[in-house]
Design a protein around this ligand. Structure first.
Ligand code: AMP
Ligand code: MG
Length: 315
């Protein structure tokens, strides 16, 4: 980990956004705040810049990237044959924490999609990044600004600790409001499939858009579908209630193992918001075991449980 903070700029300063736009135009990487997690951004029209993302993250090139756009009407620059279901989702949830997978057009380079004829795309809900996209007048690709397989960053300082000077500029937009990666829906299948759970749930989509989304089948298509991901250095043990967690903490303490309990009761939004920051903090303090009390399996609780399981996996 590197303590360098020199490239963190206050994202609410207009000059910082201009600096980030220049860096992106020069094919450099910039870290950006979003409502989900911090993204490692490259200009979507530059193959050189897009390739840098895979190198810096250590991300296999078969893991395609999510394209980020400023507004719904930018969809037509990058996609074709938008199905009605996809239209209903973006009208309801954009800007917001929802990514759709749809047919791409020739403006999307193969590096972004791993050669697929589909593209994942979303419109983030963060005024700094929206302004950046407007001034750039291009889309960006932006996976989470961390090394592949590790815990996503939810503050500018997390990005600096992980990637240091490998990003030209880190735009500081404060702590991410949601704290978990976007929900991903594949709209190229009938019915659409959930590739990754997030703050927007399948139940909500059913009720609010009358679109039925089913579980994903077939080969793994999102990093969120790997068995192990989002992993800290410490071990994570999962428990269904606080009492079991307390018992385990006493056992570990008698063994001389340092541990702490992660528990937010029924406050799902706080759990999502705090999860990654708490795991990073535990690593920083060399805690050996984090004992996580699972949230209820409702709403964003599904996404939190999914992240906890993958983070806990010792595969
Ligand atoms: P992240 O890892 O957070 O950047 O999320 C990106 C995830 O979206 C990837 O790991 C992908 O596998 C998934 N994704 C991106 N593009 C596509 C696509 N064209 N088809 C299916 N999944 C995609
Ligand atoms: Mg990621």
């Amino acid at each position: 980990m590197r303590p360098s903070n020199t490239n963190i700029l206050n994202g609410t300063d207009s000059s910082s956004i201009d600096g980030a736009v220049s860096a992106l135009r020069g094919d450099e990487l910039v870290a950006i705040p979003t409502e989900t997690v911090y993204g490692l951004a490259a200009r979507a029209s530059s193959r050189t810049a897009v390739n840098k993302i895979f190198t810096v993250k250590g991300r296999p090139s078969i893991h395609p990237l999510i394209l980020h756009i400023a507004k719904i009407s930018d969809l037509e620059k990058w996609t074709k044959d938008l199905p009605n279901n996809a239209r209903a989702l973006v009208d309801r949830y954009w800007p917001g924490p929802l990514t759709i997978v749809v047919q791409r057009n020739q403006n999307v380079c193969d590096e972004i999609t791993g050669g697929r004829n589909t593209v994942a795309i979303r419109c983030p809900d963060h005024e700094i990044t929206t302004e950046l996209l407007r001034r750039l007048d291009d889309a960006i690709v932006a996976p989470s600004a961390n090394r592949f397989g590790k815990v996503s960053p939810t503050t500018a300082q997390h990005v600096a600790a992980d990637l240091g000077d490998e990003v030209k500029i880190i735009l500081d937009g404060g702590a991410c409001a949601i704290g978990l990666e976007s929900t991903i829906i594949d709209c190229t299948t009938t019915p659409p499939q959930l590739l990754r759970a997030g703050a927007i749930t399948v139940e909500q989509i059913q009720t609010e858009c009358q679109v039925t989304v089913v579980s994903a089948t077939g080969e793994s298509r999102a990093s969120g579908m790997l068995d192990k991901h989002y992993a800290p250095e410490c071990e994570i043990e999962l428990f269904n209630d606080r009492d079991q967690a307390e018992t385990r903490r006493s056992e570990l303490s008698q063994l001389g193992t340092t541990s702490e309990i992660l528990d937010f009761g029924d406050d799902l939004a706080l759990y999502a918001h705090s999860l990654y920051a708490r795991l990073r903090d535990a690593d920083k303090r060399k805690i050996e075991v984090v004992i996580a009390v699972r949230p209820p399996w409702t709403g964003v609780g599904l996404a939190i449980n999914e992240r906890l399981e993958k983070a806990a996996n010792r595969l």
